[in-house]
Ligand binder design. Sequence first.
Ligand SMILES: Nc1ncnc2c1ncn2[C@@H]1O[C@H](COP(=O)(O)OP(=O)(O)O)[C@@H](O)[C@H]1O
Ligand SMILES: [Mg+2]
Length: 234
Amino acid sequence: MELVVENINTYYGLSHILFDVSLKVNQGEVVVLLGRNGAGKTTTMLSIMGLNAPKSGRVVYRGQDITGWEPYKIARLGIGYVPEDRKIFPDLTVLDNLEAGRKVPRGKAASWTVERIYGLFPILKDFSHRAGGTLSGGQRQMLTIARTLMGNPEFLLLDEPTEGLAPLVVKMLGEFLEVIKKEGVTVLLSEQNLKFALKHADRAYIVDNGIIKYQGGIEELGRNEEVKKKYLAV
Ligand SMILES: Nc1ncnc2c1ncn2[C@@H]1O[C@H](COP(=O)(O)OP(=O)(O)O)[C@@H](O)[C@H]1O
Ligand SMILES: [Mg+2]
């Protein structure tokens, strides 16, 4: 098991947000955490990364209890986090944005280089010398993911990558995700976009008001009209 989240309870100040949230991600899987706006997806990501540590429960990565560790130490284990805000350096070129994500490779981890990134994602190569600030929302999203890959993560947390993107760009992002998956990176994705999740994830969890209401295979979810209607506004 790569990642085990066990009965975590997370707060913002006095507001109790996550209630005994548990989930698991196996090596090589793409697991999606679905839920409406405000359901607790980002808070789950922040809990895992130590950016808002749970008050109780455990986060275990590769058998090691990392609950409440400093975020930089968690990142050093090979967990890459792509927040929902798509922050890049607007005045730096695409290339320099990528270089900014470079980290010393750990052990035998496959080493991502700018050349490899460009080989797999030609669109970034085409824009190599453009300032980050001139990119569209979709290109920016790809750049933030690619920059995180430059840190050679073995596990990627992707927080709502398709939010607000046009269908064609979402499709490209899906292809991007398939490449990352093929490269053996394990992914925990959060989404409101059910169609995207059904297409690219292996398993799903649904969070609603901070509580996990559903877990199962992705095809099973696709067929479960009742659950989709109840928790996903479809
Ligand atoms: N910084 C914060 N302070 C207080 N409450 C917050 C904060 N961030 C999020 N929340 C609340 O926590 C709940 C879950 O939010 P979030 O995890 O961001 O949901 P999602 O990512 O699924 O849209 C929401 O009710 C939201 O209003
Ligand atoms: Mg969110």
